[in-house]
Write a protein that binds this ligand. Structure first.
Ligand code: NAP
Length: 301
């Protein structure tokens, strides 16, 4: 039987999915809606978000969806989102830190962070911190963060976290995704130390899924890949979202990391994923956490 079918119904449970309007976030929202969950679609573009919501409602007429605005590249916007969320809801079963951008030309967020490090990692670091009280008071709650196969190429260079001295789009993306995985595990360690037994932190990666993530790739490179090796190495967004479903509502313990289990974890059935020793390095993760607290202006745990 398809593993997703065996996951429990989620009626009465509330989820936030960032970047829910397309790609993996959209498919995660669709699958959660089919399980009866309430899903808050946290998106930066309200017309795209409302169109995505309408599409899900066509397939799942009873879907319980709400759309709230968030731009993860703006600390101010993350704070406004949390205020709006907390004005409407007083619990949160699962936060899915999904939104992301890959390999854009060099740019900085309004807070002065390199865009990928800022939106993929620091925005979610702040979002999690601001929602933590709401999450930890909800029984059996989880925080799920999206990493990537490319975390394996990532390095955390504290002397140039914002890639100001040298920018490689792919290295900065790998760094942001390594930071997401280190954050997952450091968050778990800190939740345990603080005695928050009701909440766990898990992570997932989709392998390689055919989403809009490649939007910043040069067209030529994209087309060569698309018509040559991509069909053998990639899978559909719905398949890529399944590891996130295991991380969010499957059997898991804190710090678990899920991904596809086929060749090189590029695609295949969802299950446990592999990660590098660096992604488990406690000293670097602790230092990254402390630096992140200063950068976003919030100390937590
Ligand atoms: N696809 C893959 O093969 C792959 C592999 C490894 C990891 N991942 C990870 O999976 C996650 C989802 O990516 P995807 O493949 O589904 O890509 P996608 O189709 O491009 O979707 C990305 C989502 O993130 C949103 N987003 C981007 N920047 C944002 C910001 N500053 N504030 C709020 N939302 C923002 C996008 O909103 P807009 O539509 O408004 O731009 C979109 O909803 C990412 O974290 C990515 O790193 C994907």
């Amino acid at each position: 039987m398809e593993i997703i079918n065996s996951l429990p119904q989620q009626t009465g449970r509330t989820f936030i999915v960032t970047g829910a309007n397309t790609g993996l976030g959209y498919e995660t929202t669709m699958m959660l809606a089919k399980k009866g969950a309430k899903v808050i679609m946290a998106c930066r573009n309200m017309s795209k978000a409302n169109a995505a919501k309408a599409n899900i409602l066509k397939e799942v007429p009873k879907a319980d969806l709400d759309v709230l605005e968030i731009d993860l590249s703006s600390l101010k916007s993350v704070r406004s989102f949390v205020k709006a969320y907390q004005a409407k809801y007083d619990k949160l079963d699962v936060l899915v830190n999904n939104a992301g951008v890959m390999m854009p030309p060099y740019s900085k967020t309004e807070d002065g962070f390199e865009l990928q490090f800022g939106a993929n990692y620091l925005g979610h670091f702040l979002l999690t911190g601001l929602l933590l009280q709401t999450i930890t008071k909800t029984p059996n709650s989880r925080i799920v963060t999206l990493s990537s196969l490319v975390h394996k190429n990532g390095k955390i260079n504290f002397a140039d976290l914002q890639s100001e001295k040298k920018y490689s789009a792919s290295e900065a993306y790998a760094k942001s995704k390594l930071a997401c995985l280190m954050f997952t595990r450091e968050l778990q360690r800190r939740l345990e130390k603080a005695g928050h037994q009701q909440t766990i932190s898990t992570a997932s990666h989709p392998g390689i899924a055919t989403t809009e993530l490649s939007r910043h790739m040069p067209k030529l490179v994209y087309n060569v890949l698309r018509y040559t090796i991509a069909p053998f190495l990639t899978h559909a967004p719905i398949e890529g979202a399944k590891p996130t479903m295991l991380a969010a509502i499957g059997e898991a313990k804190g710090g678990d990391y899920f991904g596809p289990t086929g060749f090189n974890e590029f695609k295949g059935k969802p299950g446990k994923a592999t990660s590098t020793p660096l992604s488990n390095d406690e000293a670097i993760a602790n230092q990254l956490w402390e630096v992140s607290e200063k950068l976003v202006g919030l100390n937590y745990l």
